[in-house]
Design a protein around this ligand. Sequence first.
Ligand code: DAT
Ligand code: MG
Length: 139
Amino acid sequence: MSVERTLAILKPDCVRKNLQGEILARIQKAGFRVLALKQTRLTTETAGAFYAVHKGRPFYNGLVEFMSSGPCVPLALEKENAVADFRKLIGATDPKDAEAGTIRKLFADNKGENIVHGSDSPENGRMEVAFFFSESELV
Ligand code: DAT
Ligand code: MG
């Protein structure tokens, strides 16, 4: 296993529910190092660009609207096997399908508003980290 970077985003529903600290504590307890974090607000343009891979899907417009509906907290994380381990920590996209004890199972309302983003491959992890943070901010 190699050390990887992954991008997490505490989504606008997480911030609205004031769960940032609770979720960050779970991420840290699971052994992830935080290289960078900030609070920001995506516009429809930046949210659309971040999720460009889903353009054309029926849920795309709703996803862009939701992700730009309020502040979010992107985090650059590092750990051995970070991408797969983070996906395991957060659980399936739809909280109904997520395993017991996962972040989405515990805190998410539905498939569209599911508390947290996690990159799906090491390559996307690097690209998504770079979407939010410059190399000099990763410390
Ligand atoms: P994940 O976030 O688990 O990687 P994804 O990449 O397939 O899932 O989709 C990105 C986000 O889009 C997901 O977190 C929530 C939203 N989404 C995906 N499928 C959806 C659906 N069928 N209905 C509503 N929202 C959906
Ligand atoms: Mg995805």
